[in-house]
Design a protein. Structure first.
Length: 89
């Protein structure tokens, strides 16, 4: 990733389509932690709350994927067909 590393279970991952399983710890690398958009996203989420399927440690910039979300757990404005179209290019 060009904007900072994602770390899964302590290992740096640079594959945008990396798929995680329940129980993994996902975090941000040092560069990503310093980005203004990360701070803004955490601030917004602190006000609205985090989903039940993740446990977030804002101080460590990491979280545990407690379970994979069901379709009903995802915001309705997500269009899966657009995501599939993007990754199929």
């Amino acid at each position: 990733m060009s904007h900072g590393a994602i770390v899964v279970n302590g290992v740096r991952v640079n594959i945008p389509s990396y798929q995680c399983k329940a129980g993994v710890v996902v975090g941000l690398g040092d560069k990503a932690q310093k980005q203004a958009r990360v701070a803004q996203a955490l601030q917004i989420r602190a006000q609205t709350g985090f989903p039940d399927w993740v446990e977030v440690d804002e101080k460590k910039f990491s979280g545990v994927l407690k379970s994979l979300p069901e379709r009903g757990d995802i915001l309705p404005d997500i269009n899966e067909s657009l995501v599939v179209e993007l990754y199929s290019k």
